[in-house]
Design a protein around this ligand. Structure first.
Ligand code: ZN
Length: 352
């Protein structure tokens, strides 16, 4: 009988308790790696405070669930490296690079939606522009972008944290929102200061006459430093500037109308200007002389030619200082966007 009990006990240990002990460790080991950092922190708190856990889980759920365009492949122009980033984290670096953090929150939110729209437009319409990447960080090609570390280092230390949090709020509170026209993302151009009136894309670049990039007026832009500027050249310097592109240019300054604005756009920008024997577009004149916009006049004072320039940038789409001015007057980001882009809607990106 005693032997029989020992056999039974041995049987139980061999077939039930020992296998059970063997399986505990592998189960725990395989469970951990599939928990992400965010989920892991929630799990840890679950053991301590159930109330906390419920709140954190709902916060995680509230993050916008991008069905597409969740990850952006960013080409770094200086290193030729490609980095994959969550779209909203990418946008923190764009908004903080493109617009001053001391602008109104509603203006920053408008900039976030504009930048998100521009990004997704690039993903859809400019496939192959950058090999194996969606967009680059060169502002003259796509959109400016800066790392959090570099951005924080350039702000005053006592303002950096608040500035960054403001940028994050602008992006997160508009997460998933883009600008559409007829159900498709718009080509969301923007610039620094319109000088009080924006320009249609057709007058600046020709080509497609985007129905949502029309000329609109905005009050309050004259209150910003970007509104007015001057550029002065001696007669010889100006001729040399023109000759860099047109070596056969001849300017006889003794002739009346040696320099003459021949045509203006409907918004009052220079469309065509004559330098001696050369007629060139206002956009080209802006580039040649490094002017801040094509909204300029000139005067001749002795040996100097002075260009007085209004506004900063190409003038198409949203004016950033105009957005800030509208926000100061009480407009929200949707109203700001609909002011600058004619006939558009604010849409959830998931509805594309
Ligand atoms: Zn690019």
């Amino acid at each position: 009988m005693k032997n029989f009990l020992i056999y039974i006990l041995g049987f139980i240990i061999l077939f039930f308790i020992f296998p059970a002990l063997c399986t505990i460790t592998p189960k725990q080991a395989t469970a951990q790696p599939i928990i992400s950092k965010e989920e892991n922190s929630t799990v840890e708190q679950e053991n301590n405070q159930n109330v906390e856990t419920v709140q954190n889980e709902s916060e995680v759920e509230q993050k916008y669930p991008y069905q597409k365009y969740e990850t952006i492949r960013l080409f770094h122009a200086d290193t030729s490296q490609i980095e994959e980033l969550n779209i909203d984290e990418y946008l923190y670096g764009v908004v903080s690079s493109e617009m001053p953090a001391n602008f109104e929150l509603e203006a920053l939110k408008a900039q976030a939606v504009v930048a998100r729209t521009y990004t997704i437009y690039q993903c859809i319409n400019n496939v192959g522009k950058h090999e194996n990447a969606d967009i680059c960080d060169d502002s003259t090609c796509c959109q400016a972008w800066i790392t959090k570390e570099d951005r924080m280092a350039r702000w005053d230390a006592n303002e950096a944290e608040n500035n960054w949090n403001k940028i994050v709020e602008a992006v997160d509170s508009t997460s998933g929102k883009i600008i559409t026209y007829n159900g498709a993302p718009i080509n969301a151009f923007f610039h620094s200061n319109s000088g009080g009136v924006t320009e249609s894309s057709l007058n600046i670049w020709g080509g497609i006459d985007y129905p949502y990039l029309k000329s609109v007026e905005t009050a309050g832009e004259d209150g910003y430093t970007q509104y007015a500027s001057e550029a002065t050249f001696t007669k010889e310097e100006l001729l040399n500037k023109i000759k860099e592109t047109y070596p056969d240019c001849v300017m006889d300054y003794s002739q009346e109308n040696c320099i003459q604005i021949l045509e203006y756009t409907t918004s009052g920008r220079v469309k065509t200007i004559k330098f001696g024997n050369k007629e060139i577009a206002g956009t080209e004149a802006r580039t040649l002389m490094g002017l801040r916009s094509t909204n300029f006049s000139f005067s001749i004072d002795g040996d100097n030619i002075i260009f007085s320039v209004t506004g900063y940038g190409h003038g198409v789409g949203m004016s950033q200082t105009g957005a800030d001015s509208l926000a100061k007057s009480g407009s929200n980001y949707e109203e700001i966007i609909k002011h600058f882009y004619t006939g558009v809607e604010i849409t959830e990106v998931n509805s594309l």
